[in-house]
Design a protein around this ligand. Sequence first.
Ligand code: DAH
Length: 341
Amino acid sequence: MSAEQQSLDGLEEEARRALAEVTTLPALADVRARFLGKKSALSGVLRGIGRLEGADRARVGEQANLVKERIEALVSARRDELGRGERERALSETRLDVTLPGLRAPRGGLHPITRIERDVVAFFTGLGFGVEEGPEVETQWHNFEALNMPPDHPARDMQATFFVDGGHVLRTHTSPVQIRTMSGRTPPFRFIAPGRVYRCDRSPRHSPMFHQVECFMVDENVSFADLKGILYAFQRHMMGADVELRFRSSYFPFTEPSAELDYRCLICRGAGCATCSQSGWIEAGGCGMIHPVVLEHCGIDPERWQGFAFGMTLDRAAMLRWGIPNIHLLFDGDVRVLEQI
Ligand code: DAH
């Protein structure tokens, strides 16, 4: 038996002993590196083979590879053993009580404004209205001029405006979508346009960002009676069949004649309470017959076509429907509020 053979046999024995003492997978990796790694005696023997004479070279090479295979097999058998042991320990340490009640996953819900908006869209699409959108950063022309509010018009002061740059504002209402939708279209048509609007205003009832829906319809024989009929049906849909409405004459630059629509306060039934500021009535929105100048700005002949328009705030409807006392509760993202809705 040659010296190499003896030392090779010895290596296998040594590895077997070392592996028997190993109790963890990291320690096993260390032992493997010691016997089979680049710096191991076995790798040294394999590297030296090239320097041996022909017959020795074949014999030692065969022996060394055999020992290498055997040690690999020992390592892998020990790895299986240790792995099995760790799995058994993990299983015996953790117990699963299948009789415990399950954990209920928290369920999300739609935001109150989204629900109101969908309700509005469902009502009007049912009547054949299309749904349009416009940009929230709007040109002053669409937000004011085209709606019959030239630069020096006092009505501009009614809407505390956020100015973006010389030509642009954050839209103060959804009415500019009327202009974008009507321009280049030939009547008859009817649309609604829900969306966010912005005004520099903050109080328990006012938020600098809130939501409106615009509604408008143009045809050859549209009259104020059509406006009233649709608004009555709409408010009954939103507020309940027994809602009581009144029209108050009003002024908007983009409608003539103009009116505001109120409904009898649903909380005090008209007796007067904090929600309706003791008046017994709550404003539902502004409306009127589209001003001929607005139609002209959109390239529509006011001699032939007439239309009505209506705009309302969605946030107010949400506050009333769910008894939310402060508009900011809608946007603070407090899930305790949203969970109650
Ligand atoms: N744009 C108006 C506002 O925000 C609301 C409004 C009034 C819209 C009358 C209309 C309308 O379409 O006809 O104050």
